[in-house]
Design a protein around this ligand. Structure first.
Ligand SMILES: [Zn+2]
Length: 179
């Protein structure tokens, strides 16, 4: 997925604006939509840095993986069952990445037509958790082994995103003609 430098710069700006809005602690629905915007921007930057031309189904899958946040919905109804020991629902864990990876491998073997999409979903879940580590309360990556959240500084994630976007921008400039 190639993006022009201006688009990459805009995506970095989106990440900064999103973080500012999240710090204002908006109502849950708005918070969810704003947070998803941050995830979409992150995924777009990471995909733009891919050295290979990515299948459309894989790209769609990575964005679709943002639906993992639907696991927050039980919380909205006071159902604390899946997040009473961890800051985010327990499905925000490396276990989910492993399960999504295993499913993707199975889909590729049994129904290759949907393989790219399934791989995209697995990659997307990993990208999602990566951003969640650096925003909000962090993620209990090693649940169920430990509920201890992994939480990085937003600045580290921002600098990394700027670096990836800069790399993707130099790549898009090197390419001549249709990609
Ligand atoms: Zn999340």
């Amino acid at each position: 997925m190639r993006l022009p430098p201006a688009a990459l710069a805009a995506l970095v700006a989106v990440i900064v604006v999103v973080q500012g809005l999240l710090l204002l602690d908006p109502p849950t629905l708005i918070l969810g939509l704003v947070d998803w915007t941050g995830h979409f921007a992150t995924i777009a930057i990471l995909l733009a840095a891919s050295p290979r031309r990515l299948p459309t189904a894989l790209i769609v899958g990575t964005f679709a993986a943002t639906l993992i946040d639907l696991d927050h919905i039980p919380d909205l109804f006071g159902e604390e069952g899946i997040s009473d020991v961890t800051p985010r629902p327990v499905s925000h864990s490396l276990v989910t990445v492993l399960v999504a990876g295993a499913i993707a491998a199975a889909v590729r073997a049994r129904a290759p037509r949907y393989g790219d999409f399934a791989v995209g979903v697995a990659l997307g879940v990993a990208m999602h958790l990566l951003r969640d580590v650096f925003t909000g309360p962090g993620v209990s990556l090693s649940w169920p082994l430990s509920a201890e959240p992994v939480n990085g500084a937003f600045l580290v994630y921002l600098v990394a995103m700027i670096a990836v976007a800069a790399y993707a921008a130099t790549r898009s400039r090197r390419v001549v003609g249709p990609a």
